[in-house]
Design a protein around this ligand. Structure first.
Ligand code: ME8
Length: 674
């Protein structure tokens, strides 16, 4: 069995984890589970970065020792990871003895080799990034320098005796390594950044601090501590017993994948390989660099105070829903803006309407027509064979995408297939087949095909939807967790169906999420982690939320749901359509289109443009100031070059003459029709 060793960054313990940390860690966990599915023996490492000035300061502010702060924060991280179903194999803390002694061992090794030497450092230091600011960054007239990593000005000038790492000697070797391993950093654009950085020339790097007490003591010179980044990066080998070069180290090093966001690329793709070269150790195989989750267009970060607390999501949604949203919405190379609206739309559309509905409709019909148990064979037509063939094509394409860590694209394809299955139900109309005893073998064939398809798709979803996939496996009597089309036998029973993703009450969620989405980092205390809440302005619906609105495809499925119950719809189908009260702010005729009016409306959470074919019957001035009903989550469409972001509701007679319901003045704007 081939091994696969993957890591997340070890997170600073100056504050509790937020969605950004959860994203990296969930991504790592999804990759772990996916690799296991592909037959790898996986080792997954995460942990915490506890030394250095940043933590020292945070602790002092709260009247704690750095160790007390770390202990409290580690609990937060570990609890959250357990809740999010993160199955790491080891959790390293940089205060662990095995790590401290491991760091000293690497340090001594590099020193013996002559690549660490004693010198003097004089320059600026950014405590937030734990970054030495190069001399090439100009000083402002006030004597400050801007940190090239985070952009913050710093006046923290340090001048001290310290040890240097001979990084300047590694430029050519690094470039040669990158040339021979062009996929070392992925995506490619990040690799290019690293190459340019190295080509600009590398200076020796200070790797110890005499003024920082909270750190790993330098071997043979206890007045100095090891620079936090030298200390932190070493975790990837100390955690697997580099100290004794034990079995785990021999088995798993080099790492197959380091995962992180772009903020710490330089440390991982330049410093870390150079340290390893100096220590005579093999280099990691790949580094996967993802973008940032933004809130209000800014990077979500503790120091910006715009972080989202995963616990608010967890109060309303299952861990699977959070895992799914993060994997579905983020494309590795790009930043993603987090919006509550986008979140609820994505979860309600894909998981509740499409996946959970498919499962519950299927189990419902098997219960109704077969009392949960198939006896005897089934009749299979070309259509059923095509469902199986479609799955095989899907699986091949999805595995290729997952192999490249493109989970968003793979999931998109999976859900196209899920929609295909929902349409298959409408096309085959099992409720009509059930009316005639002669059609019973075909009815069985259709429903068994659905069981096989669901059980097969379920495996593809299992790295992401951990709990749900276990439930689905149980329902469909499919103990085999492996890949491939699931040839369930002809005779089998299914378990009781269940609602996998109950619809979340968006009102309650928004009320809470929008009242407390952010926390200022400084306001968090480790003592019971009391938090002060700061309100941020409600974000307008970002483009991403519009993209997350149900597609034409899922509208079709909504109709599919209708047919499945012979003309009646589920309340969940109705709730798919978000109808709200909007106030018309302005209205005008669209040039050269005598039927169209362009309206500007206030929805309570934004203002938008709507184009409606009502100009023959309504004058613009008749509508301005009126409260009307609009469909808010309709996919935007262009009409005469104008983007219409929704639809006005109107009754229409046999001649298509519209009658727009006008609501009383006192109706609140944004009120939901339900
Ligand atoms: O940098 N979007 O720790 P850290 C996406 N201790 N990912 C985010 C994010 C965001 N807005 N914010 C944080 C450190 N992350 C060092 C690492 S490793 C040897 C030492 C994630 O607590 C992302 O993975 O600041 C990022 O690289 C990491 O958290 C930084 O965590």
């Amino acid at each position: 069995m081939e091994k696969f060793y993957l890591t997340t960054p070890i997170y600073y313990v100056n504050d509790v984890p937020h969605i950004g940390h959860a994203y990296t860690t969930i991504l790592a966990d999804v990759i772990k589970r996916y690799k296991q599915l592909r037959g790898f023996r996986v080792f997954f490492l995460t942990g915490t970065d506890e030394h250095g000035q940043k933590i020292e300061r945070s602790a002092a502010k709260q009247g704690l020792t750095p160790k007390q702060l770390s202990d409290a924060m580690v609990e937060h991280f570990q609890k959250l990871w357990a809740t999010l179903r993160i199955e790491y194999d080891a959790f390293i803390r940089t205060t662990d003895d095995i790590h401290v002694r491991g760091v000293q061992k690497i340090f001594s090794r590099v020193m013996e080799k002559g690549d660490i030497y004693l010198g003097d450092y004089s320059g600026h230091y950014c405590i937030s990034c734990e970054n030495f600011i190069p001399d090439s960054v100009e000083e402002t007239p006030e004597g400050k320098r801007t940190c090239p990593d985070c952009g913050r000005p710093t006046d923290n000038r340090v001048g001290e005796k310290c040890y240097f790492f001979r990084l300047s000697a590694y430029g050519d070797r690094l470039l040669k390594f990158f040339e021979e391993n062009p996929e070392f950093v992925t995506p490619r654009s990040r690799m290019n950044e690293v190459v340019s950085f190295v080509k600009m020339g590398l200076r020796d790097l200070s790797v110890t601090r005499s003024t920082v007490k909270w750190g790993v003591p330098v071997p043979g010179d206890p007045g100095q501590t090891v620079y936090v980044w030298f200390d932190a990066l070493s975790n990837y080998i100390t955690a697997i017993d580099f100290l004794d070069e034990g079995e785990r180290f021999r088995e798993f090093w080099p790492a197959d994948l380091h995962i992180m966001a772009k903020d710490i690329l330089k440390y991982h793709a330049v410093y870390w390989p150079a340290f390893l070269m100096a220590a005579g150790l093999p280099l990691p195989r790949k580094e996967l660099i993802h973008g940032w989750w933004l809130k209000d267009e800014r990077k979500m970060s503790k120091s910006s105070g715009n972080v989202l607390d995963p616990h608010i999501l967890l109060k309303h949604f299952s861990p699977d829903a959070i895992r799914y949203f993060l994997m579905r919405e983020a494309s590795i190379g790009a930043d993603g803006n987090f919006s509550h609206e986008g979140f609820i739309n994505r979860v309600n559309t894909d998981l509740t309407n499409d996946w959970a509905n498919l499962v519950s409709r299927t189990t419902g019909m098997i219960e109704k027509y077969f009392a949960n148990s198939f006896q005897g064979g089934g009749l299979y037509t070309e259509k059923e064979k095509e469902i199986a063939a479609g799955y095989r094509r899907l699986e091949k394409a999805v595995l290729e995408l997952f192999d490249q860590y493109q989970f968003n694209r793979g999931l998109e394809m999976i859900f196209e297939y899920v929609n295909r299955l929902n349409r298959y139900i409408v096309e085959t109309q099992p409720w009509n087949l059930a009316k005639d005893e002669a059609n019973r073998p075909h009815l069985a064939g259709v429903l068994k095909t659905l069981c096989r398809a669901i059980a097969s798709v379920n495996t593809l979803l299992s790295p992401i939807l951990t709990d749900t996939s276990a439930t689905v496996r149980l329902i469909f009597a499919s103990p085999d967790p492996g890949l491939g089309w699931k040839e369930l036998p002809e005779e089998f029973s299914i378990g009781q169906g269940t609602q996998l993703f109950p619809r979340v009450d968006s009102k309650a969620f928004f009320a809470e999420a929008e009242a407390s989405p952010t926390r200022a980092a400084a306001a968090t205390s480790a003592k019971g982690a009391t938090m002060q809440e700061t309100r941020i302005p409600d974000a307008n619906i970002p483009p991403q939320a519009a993209a997350a609105a149900p597609s034409a495809e899922s509208h079709a499925v909504s109709q599919a749901g209708t047919a499945a119950t012979e003309g009646l719809i589920e309340i969940t189908d109705f709730r798919k359509v978000q109808m709200i009260v909007a106030k018309v702010l302005a209205a005008e005729k669209v040039e050269k289109a005598d039927k169209l009016l362009k309206l500007q409306v206030d929805t309570g959470s934004d203002t938008r443009t709507l184009v409606a074919g009502i100009a023959l019957y309504y004058k613009p001035e008749e509508l301005v100031g009126r409260r009307i009903i609009i469909v808010k989550n309709l996919k935007p469409a262009k009409l005469r070059g104008i983007l219409s972001q929704g639809m006005i509701l109107a009754a229409s007679d046999a001649d298509n003459r519209p009658y727009i319901p006008i609501l009383p003045e006192e109706t609140p704007i944004g009120a939901i029709l339900k």
